[in-house]
Write a protein that binds this ligand. Structure first.
Ligand SMILES: Cc1ncc(COP(=O)(O)O)c(C=O)c1O
Length: 394
């Protein structure tokens, strides 16, 4: 039974695209940390990292301040040098590509498969050059990419794989949790995600040296954590600076939210899956929308988002008009995503243009994500389904 507080910032009656589920226990635990005198990265952060590793079946988990920071530092820590090309999808949040740029690398886009809106393995192969050093698939909406195909390509071209798993906390591919296998996975704990720390993220490593470098990069390039030094209480400045690091460490305030979210991760994800299944069956055999979750392998979704592709030939409204109509009925929805290669920076800096990635562009014109969040009630979902169907018949 979900115990999250129902009061929220939205107008009474508004059904948001998403809202985090924070229970009273979490709020009390945050208050305890606030009273404890230790707010920054400390023992609770250590506990959170261990709990994340246990939950995912992952060897080494390092937290940071966001998924974006996680992607950036994962690229640096894995030794991918500036100037390298990293192949990724244009159908993602801009953070994926921006983080590649932050690391001094070049985002090379490869088109998606409309069945899942995930990067197409065939399209990846076509983009490999002598400068390619990594593939960065994104498990869009929490439906996993075909990872066997991606790792096969990576192995035959000696490439690293950094999985942008921002949408995939709790997703499984062929019975294995995302995070429990492969090379490197990056998760986001933004409030819209499957679990949240307010803002935050984490990276799964399998190589201790890379994890150590990540730990140094997230904290000024210092070779020992502040908590480690505090525990020893030596009072001396007994650390060295081994690189010009950043300041991207997760606080104990964020970590305690994460610890208590993690306790409810299965329960919250199951509810997301239940909502997704109900949408799927409501839209089955309905020719006005296509649900892009048609992966040909066994998977469990995280239920992060529920996207549909509208058949614009079967309605008189544009996609944006449909979103506006939903809003008039107090329903939040969003067009995730506008393809990244069409943003001004990416056009101007890398020369991308319209028609470069026809599938991603087609999806970008037709996609709508409907509300999914753990505390969404059956009545709310019934209202969304009925209203959406009514609007599409106009
Ligand atoms: C696919 C994807 N990658 C990366 C990120 C970045 O995560 P964060 O907001 O934690 O920086 C997001 C966030 O929405 C995302 O959706």
């Amino acid at each position: 039974m979900l115990k999250a507080k129902k009061q929220n910032m939205h107008n009474e009656g508004f059904i948001p695209l998403s809202i985090p589920s924070i229970d009273e226990e979490t709020i009390e635990e945050v208050a305890k940390v606030l009273r404890s005198g230790w707010l920054t990265t400390g023992s609770i952060n250590e506990r959170f990292e261990r709990a994340l590793a246990d939950y995912m079946g992952a060897p080494l988990v390092m937290t940071t301040t966001s998924g974006t920071a996680g992607i950036h530092l994962a690229i640096v820590a894995s030794g991918i040098e500036p100037g390298s090309e990293i192949i990724t999808t244009p159908f993602t949040f801009v953070a994926t590509a921006n983080a590649i740029v932050h690391a001094g690398c070049v985002p090379v886009f490869a088109d998606v498969d409309l069945n899942t809106l995930n990067i197409s393995p065939k399209a990846i192969e076509d983009k490999i050059t002598s400068k390619t050093k990594a593939i960065m698939p994104v498990h869009y909406a929490g439906v996993p990419v075909d990872m066997d195909a991606v790792y096969k390509i990576a192995a035959s071209h000696n490439l690293r794989v950094i999985e942008d798993s921002a949408h995939a906390f709790g997703s499984s591919y062929k019975g294995k949790k995302i995070g429990s296998f492969g090379d490197i996975q990056v998760f986001s704990f933004h409030p819209i995600k499957n679990i949240t720390t307010g803002e935050g993220g984490c990276v799964v490593f399998r190589n201790e040296q890379e994890a150590d470098l990540f730990a140094q990069m997230r904290f000024h390039g210092i070779n020992r954590s502040i908590w480690d030094r505090f525990k020893k209480q030596s009072g001396r400045l007994d650390y060295d600076v081994v690189c010009p690091g950043y300041k991207l460490n997760m606080s104990d305030i964020q970590s305690v939210i994460g610890l208590y979210q993690l306790k409810r991760a299965n329960e919250m994800n199951n509810r997301r899956r239940e909502i997704s299944a109900k949408y799927s069956s409501a839209f089955e055999n309905w020719d006005k929308v296509f649900v892009p979750d048609k992966a040909l392998y066994d998977f469990t979704r995280s239920g992060h988002l529920f996207p549909v592709l509208i058949d614009l030939k079967k309605t008189s409204l544009s996609r944006d008009e449909i979103i506006a109509r939903l809003k008039e009925h107090n329903i939040g929805s969003i067009a995730y995503y506008y393809p990244v290669h069409l943003f001004t920076y990416y056009r101007e800096k890398f020369g991308y243009k319209l028609n470069d990635f026809p599938e991603a562009e087609d999806a970008g014109c037709r996609v709508i994500c409907l509300p999914v969040y753990p505390d969404m009630t059956d009545d709310q979902q019934d209202f969304v389904i009925a209203t959406f169907k009514k609007i599409l018949k106009e």
